[in-house]
Design a protein around this ligand. Structure first.
Ligand code: NAI
Length: 428
Protein backbone atom coordinates (compact mmCIF):
# COMPACT_ATOMS: atom_id res chain seq x y z
CA UNK A 1 0.00 0.00 0.00
CA UNK A 2 1.33 3.37 -0.95
CA UNK A 3 1.81 5.69 1.96
CA UNK A 4 0.39 9.24 1.75
CA UNK A 5 3.09 11.90 1.51
CA UNK A 6 4.18 13.16 4.95
CA UNK A 7 2.02 15.98 6.18
CA UNK A 8 3.83 19.30 5.88
CA UNK A 9 4.47 21.23 9.04
CA UNK A 10 2.56 24.50 9.52
CA UNK A 11 5.78 26.34 8.80
CA UNK A 12 6.43 24.43 5.57
CA UNK A 13 2.90 24.91 4.33
CA UNK A 14 3.37 28.62 4.56
CA UNK A 15 6.89 28.76 3.24
CA UNK A 16 7.19 30.97 0.17
CA UNK A 17 9.72 30.88 -2.61
CA UNK A 18 12.86 32.82 -1.72
CA UNK A 19 12.61 34.81 -4.96
CA UNK A 20 9.40 36.55 -3.96
CA UNK A 21 10.54 40.03 -2.93
CA UNK A 22 7.56 40.60 -0.67
CA UNK A 23 8.62 37.95 1.79
CA UNK A 24 10.89 38.21 4.80
CA UNK A 25 14.33 36.70 4.94
CA UNK A 26 16.06 35.76 8.20
CA UNK A 27 18.64 38.33 9.27
CA UNK A 28 21.69 36.12 8.74
CA UNK A 29 20.64 35.47 5.15
CA UNK A 30 20.46 39.14 4.23
CA UNK A 31 23.07 40.15 1.67
CA UNK A 32 24.62 43.57 2.13
CA UNK A 33 26.65 45.13 -0.69
CA UNK A 34 28.91 48.04 0.22
CA UNK A 35 30.61 49.90 -2.62
CA UNK A 36 33.08 52.79 -2.92
CA UNK A 37 35.12 51.96 0.14
CA UNK A 38 32.40 52.67 2.64
CA UNK A 39 34.06 53.26 6.03
CA UNK A 40 35.05 50.20 8.06
CA UNK A 41 32.85 51.50 10.89
CA UNK A 42 29.81 50.60 8.87
CA UNK A 43 31.01 47.06 8.21
CA UNK A 44 31.80 46.59 11.89
CA UNK A 45 28.40 47.87 12.99
CA UNK A 46 26.63 45.51 10.60
CA UNK A 47 28.76 42.53 11.60
CA UNK A 48 28.24 43.19 15.29
CA UNK A 49 24.52 43.12 14.69
CA UNK A 50 24.74 39.68 13.08
CA UNK A 51 24.82 40.58 9.39
CA UNK A 52 27.36 38.13 8.06
CA UNK A 53 26.86 38.32 4.32
CA UNK A 54 28.65 41.57 3.55
CA UNK A 55 30.19 42.03 0.12
CA UNK A 56 32.48 45.04 -0.30
CA UNK A 57 34.04 46.69 -3.33
CA UNK A 58 36.56 49.55 -3.21
CA UNK A 59 35.17 51.41 -6.23
CA UNK A 60 31.89 52.49 -7.76
CA UNK A 61 30.33 49.95 -10.13
CA UNK A 62 28.16 50.47 -13.12
CA UNK A 63 26.35 48.60 -15.88
CA UNK A 64 26.13 44.82 -15.80
CA UNK A 65 28.74 44.54 -13.06
CA UNK A 66 26.51 46.55 -10.72
CA UNK A 67 23.34 44.72 -11.74
CA UNK A 68 25.01 41.35 -11.26
CA UNK A 69 26.13 42.21 -7.73
CA UNK A 70 22.76 43.64 -6.74
CA UNK A 71 20.48 40.99 -8.22
CA UNK A 72 20.21 39.14 -4.90
CA UNK A 73 21.21 41.96 -2.52
CA UNK A 74 18.91 43.12 0.28
CA UNK A 75 20.87 46.23 1.21
CA UNK A 76 23.26 48.36 -0.77
CA UNK A 77 25.54 51.08 0.54
CA UNK A 78 27.08 53.55 -1.89
CA UNK A 79 28.77 56.94 -1.87
CA UNK A 80 28.41 59.60 -4.53
CA UNK A 81 29.73 57.80 -7.62
CA UNK A 82 27.47 54.79 -7.95
CA UNK A 83 24.30 55.59 -9.86
CA UNK A 84 21.24 53.70 -8.72
CA UNK A 85 18.93 54.41 -11.63
CA UNK A 86 15.45 53.03 -12.18
CA UNK A 87 16.92 50.48 -14.61
CA UNK A 88 19.33 49.23 -11.94
CA UNK A 89 16.65 49.13 -9.22
CA UNK A 90 14.33 47.24 -11.56
CA UNK A 91 16.87 44.45 -11.66
CA UNK A 92 17.47 44.36 -7.90
CA UNK A 93 14.18 42.78 -6.84
CA UNK A 94 15.20 41.92 -3.29
CA UNK A 95 16.51 45.34 -2.33
CA UNK A 96 15.02 46.38 1.02
CA UNK A 97 16.87 49.66 1.67
CA UNK A 98 19.65 51.86 0.29
CA UNK A 99 22.33 53.58 2.37
CA UNK A 100 23.89 56.69 0.82
CA UNK A 101 27.11 56.99 2.83
CA UNK A 102 27.36 60.67 1.99
CA UNK A 103 25.23 63.79 2.13
CA UNK A 104 23.77 64.11 -1.37
CA UNK A 105 21.34 61.61 -2.88
CA UNK A 106 21.19 62.90 -6.49
CA UNK A 107 22.90 59.71 -7.66
CA UNK A 108 19.84 57.67 -6.67
CA UNK A 109 16.47 57.66 -8.42
CA UNK A 110 14.61 58.37 -5.18
CA UNK A 111 11.11 58.10 -6.62
CA UNK A 112 11.82 54.83 -8.39
CA UNK A 113 13.17 53.49 -5.09
CA UNK A 114 10.12 54.70 -3.17
CA UNK A 115 7.70 53.13 -5.65
CA UNK A 116 9.49 49.83 -5.11
CA UNK A 117 9.16 50.20 -1.34
CA UNK A 118 12.85 50.96 -0.82
CA UNK A 119 13.71 53.71 1.67
CA UNK A 120 16.97 55.62 1.16
CA UNK A 121 19.00 56.78 4.16
CA UNK A 122 21.88 59.26 4.13
CA UNK A 123 23.98 61.17 6.64
CA UNK A 124 23.05 64.80 6.30
CA UNK A 125 24.73 66.08 9.48
CA UNK A 126 27.78 63.88 9.98
CA UNK A 127 30.12 66.51 8.55
CA UNK A 128 28.56 69.56 10.17
CA UNK A 129 31.40 70.01 12.64
CA UNK A 130 34.03 69.64 9.89
CA UNK A 131 32.53 72.53 7.93
CA UNK A 132 32.21 74.62 11.08
CA UNK A 133 35.87 74.12 12.00
CA UNK A 134 37.07 75.06 8.51
CA UNK A 135 34.97 78.22 8.50
CA UNK A 136 36.30 79.18 11.91
CA UNK A 137 39.88 78.70 10.73
CA UNK A 138 39.19 80.71 7.59
CA UNK A 139 37.67 83.51 9.64
CA UNK A 140 40.92 83.83 11.59
CA UNK A 141 43.17 83.50 8.52
CA UNK A 142 41.20 86.07 6.53
CA UNK A 143 41.14 88.57 9.41
CA UNK A 144 44.93 88.25 9.68
CA UNK A 145 45.47 88.65 5.93
CA UNK A 146 47.25 85.31 5.82
CA UNK A 147 46.18 84.22 2.30
CA UNK A 148 47.96 87.14 0.64
CA UNK A 149 51.01 86.92 2.94
CA UNK A 150 51.30 83.22 2.19
CA UNK A 151 50.99 83.77 -1.56
CA UNK A 152 53.57 86.55 -1.54
CA UNK A 153 56.05 84.55 0.47
CA UNK A 154 55.77 81.59 -1.93
CA UNK A 155 56.93 84.02 -4.59
CA UNK A 156 59.93 85.03 -2.48
CA UNK A 157 58.35 88.15 -0.93
CA UNK A 158 58.33 89.25 2.71
CA UNK A 159 55.59 91.45 4.18
CA UNK A 160 56.17 91.75 7.92
CA UNK A 161 53.49 94.22 8.84
CA UNK A 162 50.45 94.49 11.11
CA UNK A 163 48.53 96.53 8.55
CA UNK A 164 45.19 94.92 7.70
CA UNK A 165 45.77 92.21 10.30
CA UNK A 166 43.18 91.86 13.06
CA UNK A 167 42.19 89.63 15.94
CA UNK A 168 38.74 88.11 15.61
CA UNK A 169 37.96 88.84 19.28
CA UNK A 170 35.30 91.54 19.51
CA UNK A 171 34.55 91.43 15.75
CA UNK A 172 31.17 90.55 14.29
CA UNK A 173 30.50 87.33 12.45
CA UNK A 174 27.38 87.35 10.25
CA UNK A 175 25.88 83.95 9.57
CA UNK A 176 23.45 83.60 6.69
CA UNK A 177 21.44 80.40 7.17
CA UNK A 178 21.32 79.50 10.87
CA UNK A 179 20.82 75.75 10.48
CA UNK A 180 22.98 72.85 11.58
CA UNK A 181 26.26 74.31 10.36
CA UNK A 182 25.42 77.96 11.01
CA UNK A 183 24.54 77.34 14.65
CA UNK A 184 27.71 75.31 15.28
CA UNK A 185 29.83 78.10 13.86
CA UNK A 186 28.01 80.65 15.99
CA UNK A 187 28.77 78.70 19.17
CA UNK A 188 32.44 78.19 18.28
CA UNK A 189 32.92 81.82 17.18
CA UNK A 190 31.53 83.12 20.48
CA UNK A 191 34.14 81.08 22.30
CA UNK A 192 36.74 83.13 20.42
CA UNK A 193 35.06 86.29 21.67
CA UNK A 194 33.23 87.16 18.44
CA UNK A 195 29.81 88.79 18.34
CA UNK A 196 27.42 86.68 16.30
CA UNK A 197 24.48 87.91 14.26
CA UNK A 198 22.49 85.85 11.81
CA UNK A 199 19.82 85.96 9.15
CA UNK A 200 17.50 83.06 8.40
CA UNK A 201 14.16 82.91 6.61
CA UNK A 202 12.80 81.05 9.62
CA UNK A 203 12.64 82.37 13.17
CA UNK A 204 15.46 80.41 14.80
CA UNK A 205 16.27 80.04 18.47
CA UNK A 206 19.57 81.87 19.03
CA UNK A 207 22.27 79.81 20.73
CA UNK A 208 24.51 81.54 23.25
CA UNK A 209 24.41 85.31 22.74
CA UNK A 210 23.78 85.23 18.99
CA UNK A 211 21.17 87.67 17.68
CA UNK A 212 18.82 87.13 14.76
CA UNK A 213 18.56 90.24 12.59
CA UNK A 214 15.44 90.89 10.53
CA UNK A 215 17.03 91.18 7.09
CA UNK A 216 19.97 89.91 5.09
CA UNK A 217 20.97 93.53 4.55
CA UNK A 218 21.17 94.15 8.31
CA UNK A 219 23.57 91.21 8.70
CA UNK A 220 25.68 92.32 5.73
CA UNK A 221 25.92 95.86 7.18
CA UNK A 222 26.87 94.69 10.66
CA UNK A 223 29.49 92.03 9.95
CA UNK A 224 33.26 91.96 9.63
CA UNK A 225 33.03 88.43 8.24
CA UNK A 226 29.94 87.04 6.51
CA UNK A 227 29.62 83.28 6.18
CA UNK A 228 26.96 81.55 4.08
CA UNK A 229 25.20 78.36 5.16
CA UNK A 230 21.99 78.22 3.17
CA UNK A 231 20.79 75.34 0.98
CA UNK A 232 20.59 75.52 -2.79
CA UNK A 233 17.09 76.75 -3.59
CA UNK A 234 15.61 79.13 -6.18
CA UNK A 235 15.68 81.85 -3.47
CA UNK A 236 19.37 81.37 -2.68
CA UNK A 237 20.47 81.43 -6.33
CA UNK A 238 22.91 84.37 -6.58
CA UNK A 239 21.70 85.49 -3.17
CA UNK A 240 24.98 87.39 -2.81
CA UNK A 241 25.42 89.56 -5.91
CA UNK A 242 26.57 93.11 -6.68
CA UNK A 243 23.93 94.77 -4.48
CA UNK A 244 24.50 92.54 -1.47
CA UNK A 245 28.28 92.85 -1.73
CA UNK A 246 27.92 96.62 -1.76
CA UNK A 247 25.93 96.32 1.48
CA UNK A 248 28.90 94.69 3.20
CA UNK A 249 31.35 96.84 5.15
CA UNK A 250 34.41 98.03 3.26
CA UNK A 251 37.26 95.70 4.23
CA UNK A 252 34.93 92.87 5.26
CA UNK A 253 35.39 89.22 4.27
CA UNK A 254 33.07 86.68 2.68
CA UNK A 255 33.11 82.92 3.24
CA UNK A 256 31.07 80.49 1.17
CA UNK A 257 31.13 76.79 2.05
CA UNK A 258 27.45 76.23 1.25
CA UNK A 259 26.60 75.88 -2.44
CA UNK A 260 28.34 77.37 -5.44
CA UNK A 261 25.21 78.93 -6.88
CA UNK A 262 24.66 81.16 -3.82
CA UNK A 263 27.34 83.70 -4.80
CA UNK A 264 27.65 85.60 -8.07
CA UNK A 265 31.35 84.91 -8.62
CA UNK A 266 31.85 87.72 -11.17
CA UNK A 267 30.38 90.23 -8.74
CA UNK A 268 32.58 88.87 -5.95
CA UNK A 269 35.68 89.05 -8.13
CA UNK A 270 34.86 92.66 -8.92
CA UNK A 271 34.33 93.53 -5.22
CA UNK A 272 37.68 91.95 -4.34
CA UNK A 273 39.57 93.64 -7.17
CA UNK A 274 38.10 97.01 -6.19
CA UNK A 275 39.26 96.27 -2.60
CA UNK A 276 35.74 96.77 -1.32
CA UNK A 277 36.15 93.35 0.24
CA UNK A 278 39.47 92.53 1.91
CA UNK A 279 39.28 88.81 1.25
CA UNK A 280 37.20 85.73 0.69
CA UNK A 281 37.30 81.99 1.30
CA UNK A 282 35.40 79.95 -1.25
CA UNK A 283 34.93 76.18 -1.05
CA UNK A 284 32.07 75.70 -3.51
CA UNK A 285 31.65 76.95 -7.06
CA UNK A 286 28.86 77.31 -9.63
CA UNK A 287 30.73 74.85 -11.86
CA UNK A 288 33.07 72.38 -10.21
CA UNK A 289 35.54 70.02 -11.92
CA UNK A 290 34.16 66.53 -12.35
CA UNK A 291 37.16 64.78 -10.86
CA UNK A 292 40.61 65.27 -9.42
CA UNK A 293 42.21 65.20 -12.87
CA UNK A 294 39.95 67.90 -14.31
CA UNK A 295 41.05 71.51 -14.46
CA UNK A 296 39.63 74.14 -12.10
CA UNK A 297 38.74 77.44 -13.70
CA UNK A 298 37.33 80.52 -12.02
CA UNK A 299 37.71 84.30 -12.22
CA UNK A 300 38.96 84.08 -8.63
CA UNK A 301 42.10 82.20 -9.67
CA UNK A 302 45.17 84.36 -9.11
CA UNK A 303 43.64 86.64 -6.47
CA UNK A 304 46.03 86.43 -3.51
CA UNK A 305 43.45 87.46 -0.94
CA UNK A 306 41.16 84.54 -1.78
CA UNK A 307 41.43 81.16 -0.08
CA UNK A 308 40.31 78.53 -2.56
CA UNK A 309 39.45 75.00 -1.48
CA UNK A 310 38.05 72.15 -3.61
CA UNK A 311 34.66 71.57 -1.92
CA UNK A 312 36.25 69.90 1.10
CA UNK A 313 34.38 71.73 3.84
CA UNK A 314 32.91 68.48 5.10
CA UNK A 315 35.71 66.15 4.02
CA UNK A 316 37.54 64.86 7.06
CA UNK A 317 38.40 61.41 8.36
CA UNK A 318 36.09 62.06 11.32
CA UNK A 319 33.20 62.98 9.07
CA UNK A 320 33.70 59.82 7.02
CA UNK A 321 33.76 57.73 10.20
CA UNK A 322 30.60 59.45 11.45
CA UNK A 323 28.89 58.88 8.13
CA UNK A 324 29.73 55.18 8.31
CA UNK A 325 28.18 54.87 11.76
CA UNK A 326 25.16 57.06 11.07
CA UNK A 327 24.05 55.36 7.87
CA UNK A 328 24.77 51.85 9.16
CA UNK A 329 22.67 52.65 12.24
CA UNK A 330 19.78 53.82 10.08
CA UNK A 331 19.93 50.71 7.89
CA UNK A 332 20.04 48.49 10.97
CA UNK A 333 17.14 50.29 12.59
CA UNK A 334 15.04 49.87 9.47
CA UNK A 335 16.06 46.27 8.97
CA UNK A 336 15.55 45.23 12.59
CA UNK A 337 12.74 47.45 13.73
CA UNK A 338 11.11 49.04 10.66
CA UNK A 339 11.82 52.65 11.61
CA UNK A 340 12.10 54.96 8.61
CA UNK A 341 12.99 58.10 10.56
CA UNK A 342 15.07 60.44 8.39
CA UNK A 343 14.59 58.43 5.18
CA UNK A 344 14.92 60.91 2.32
CA UNK A 345 12.28 59.44 0.01
CA UNK A 346 9.81 57.68 2.26
CA UNK A 347 7.03 58.22 4.80
CA UNK A 348 8.78 58.53 8.17
CA UNK A 349 7.56 56.20 10.89
CA UNK A 350 9.08 56.23 14.40
CA UNK A 351 8.63 52.92 16.16
CA UNK A 352 8.98 51.65 19.72
CA UNK A 353 10.56 48.30 20.58
CA UNK A 354 8.56 45.24 19.59
CA UNK A 355 8.19 43.87 23.14
CA UNK A 356 8.03 40.23 22.08
CA UNK A 357 5.33 40.82 19.48
CA UNK A 358 5.56 40.12 15.78
CA UNK A 359 5.85 43.22 13.62
CA UNK A 360 4.46 43.41 10.09
CA UNK A 361 5.67 46.09 7.73
CA UNK A 362 3.41 46.84 4.81
CA UNK A 363 4.32 49.24 2.04
CA UNK A 364 1.54 49.95 -0.39
CA UNK A 365 0.35 52.31 -3.08
CA UNK A 366 -1.50 55.15 -1.42
CA UNK A 367 -4.93 54.43 -2.90
CA UNK A 368 -8.33 55.04 -1.25
CA UNK A 369 -9.58 52.29 1.05
CA UNK A 370 -6.21 50.64 1.64
CA UNK A 371 -6.33 50.88 5.43
CA UNK A 372 -9.91 49.58 5.47
CA UNK A 373 -8.81 46.55 3.43
CA UNK A 374 -5.87 45.93 5.74
CA UNK A 375 -7.97 46.14 8.88
CA UNK A 376 -10.66 43.94 7.29
CA UNK A 377 -8.12 41.13 6.85
CA UNK A 378 -7.26 41.28 10.50
CA UNK A 379 -10.82 41.32 11.75
CA UNK A 380 -11.84 38.49 9.36
CA UNK A 381 -9.01 36.35 10.76
CA UNK A 382 -9.85 37.39 14.32
CA UNK A 383 -6.36 38.77 14.89
CA UNK A 384 -5.92 41.38 17.53
CA UNK A 385 -3.83 44.37 16.48
CA UNK A 386 -1.65 45.38 19.41
CA UNK A 387 -0.37 48.57 17.80
CA UNK A 388 -0.52 50.21 14.41
CA UNK A 389 1.54 53.05 12.93
CA UNK A 390 0.82 54.66 9.59
CA UNK A 391 2.43 57.35 7.50
CA UNK A 392 1.70 58.18 3.90
CA UNK A 393 2.90 60.53 1.23
CA UNK A 394 1.18 61.28 -2.09
CA UNK A 395 2.18 57.98 -3.64
CA UNK A 396 2.94 55.38 -1.02
CA UNK A 397 1.77 54.39 2.44
CA UNK A 398 3.78 52.63 5.10
CA UNK A 399 1.90 50.87 7.85
CA UNK A 400 3.49 48.94 10.68
CA UNK A 401 1.34 46.54 12.65
CA UNK A 402 2.29 44.69 15.83
CA UNK A 403 0.39 41.44 16.49
CA UNK A 404 0.74 38.55 18.92
CA UNK A 405 3.25 36.09 17.54
CA UNK A 406 0.87 33.12 17.22
CA UNK A 407 -1.07 35.07 14.61
CA UNK A 408 1.97 36.29 12.71
CA UNK A 409 1.98 33.96 9.73
CA UNK A 410 -1.72 34.25 8.97
CA UNK A 411 -1.61 38.00 9.37
CA UNK A 412 1.46 38.23 7.17
CA UNK A 413 -0.03 36.26 4.31
CA UNK A 414 -3.28 38.19 4.56
CA UNK A 415 -1.37 41.44 4.21
CA UNK A 416 0.85 40.30 1.34
CA UNK A 417 -2.16 39.37 -0.77
CA UNK A 418 -3.90 42.75 -0.57
CA UNK A 419 -4.07 44.45 -3.97
CA UNK A 420 -1.79 47.48 -4.08
CA UNK A 421 0.88 45.88 -1.85
CA UNK A 422 4.35 46.92 -2.89
CA UNK A 423 6.25 45.05 -0.24
CA UNK A 424 5.56 43.23 2.98
CA UNK A 425 8.07 42.22 5.65
CA UNK A 426 7.77 40.42 8.91
CA UNK A 427 10.03 41.05 11.90
CA UNK A 428 9.94 38.64 14.80
P1 NAI B 1 20.41 73.23 7.26
O1 NAI B 1 19.25 72.84 6.43
O2 NAI B 1 20.57 72.67 8.61
O3 NAI B 1 20.40 74.83 7.40
C1 NAI B 1 20.10 75.70 6.35
C2 NAI B 1 19.48 76.96 6.95
O4 NAI B 1 19.30 77.90 5.92
C3 NAI B 1 18.12 76.71 7.58
O5 NAI B 1 18.08 77.26 8.87
C4 NAI B 1 17.16 77.42 6.64
O6 NAI B 1 16.02 77.94 7.30
C5 NAI B 1 18.04 78.53 6.11
N1 NAI B 1 17.59 79.08 4.84
C6 NAI B 1 17.04 78.44 3.80
N2 NAI B 1 16.79 79.31 2.79
C7 NAI B 1 17.21 80.52 3.23
C8 NAI B 1 17.20 81.81 2.65
N3 NAI B 1 16.73 82.02 1.43
N4 NAI B 1 17.69 82.82 3.39
C9 NAI B 1 18.16 82.63 4.65
N5 NAI B 1 18.18 81.41 5.25
C10 NAI B 1 17.72 80.38 4.54
O7 NAI B 1 21.69 72.96 6.36
P2 NAI B 1 23.19 72.70 6.86
O8 NAI B 1 23.36 71.28 7.18
O9 NAI B 1 23.53 73.72 7.86
O10 NAI B 1 23.98 72.98 5.48
C11 NAI B 1 24.06 74.29 4.95
C12 NAI B 1 24.71 74.27 3.57
O11 NAI B 1 26.02 73.73 3.65
C13 NAI B 1 23.98 73.41 2.53
O12 NAI B 1 23.93 74.15 1.33
C14 NAI B 1 24.88 72.23 2.33
O13 NAI B 1 24.78 71.73 1.02
C15 NAI B 1 26.24 72.85 2.56
N6 NAI B 1 27.30 71.90 2.92
C16 NAI B 1 28.53 72.06 2.35
C17 NAI B 1 29.57 71.20 2.66
C18 NAI B 1 30.90 71.40 2.07
O14 NAI B 1 31.66 70.43 1.93
N7 NAI B 1 31.28 72.60 1.70
C19 NAI B 1 29.37 70.06 3.57
C20 NAI B 1 28.05 70.04 4.19
C21 NAI B 1 27.06 70.93 3.84
Amino acid sequence: MQRPPPRKSRHERHRRPRSDPRYSVPKDKLKVVLLENVHANAIEALQQDGYTQIVTRPKALQGEELVELLHDAHFVGIRSRTHLTEAVLERAPKLVAIGAFCIGTNQIDLRAAMLRGIPVFNAPFSNTRSVAELVLAETILLMRGIPQKNALQHRGGWDKSAAGSHEVRGKTLGIVGYGHIGTQIGVLAEQLGMRVVYYDIEAKLPLGNARQLPTLEAVLHASDVVTLHVPETPQTQNMIGTLELSQMKTGAHLINASRGTVVDIDALTDALKRKHLAGAAIDVFPVEPQGNDARFESPLVGLDNVLLTPHIGGSTAEAQANIGLEVAAKLLRYSNNGSTVSAVNFPEVTLPEQNGRCRLLHIHRNVPGMMARINERFSEAGINIAAQYLRTNDEVGYVVIDVDSEAQRVAYEGLCNIAGTIRCRMLY
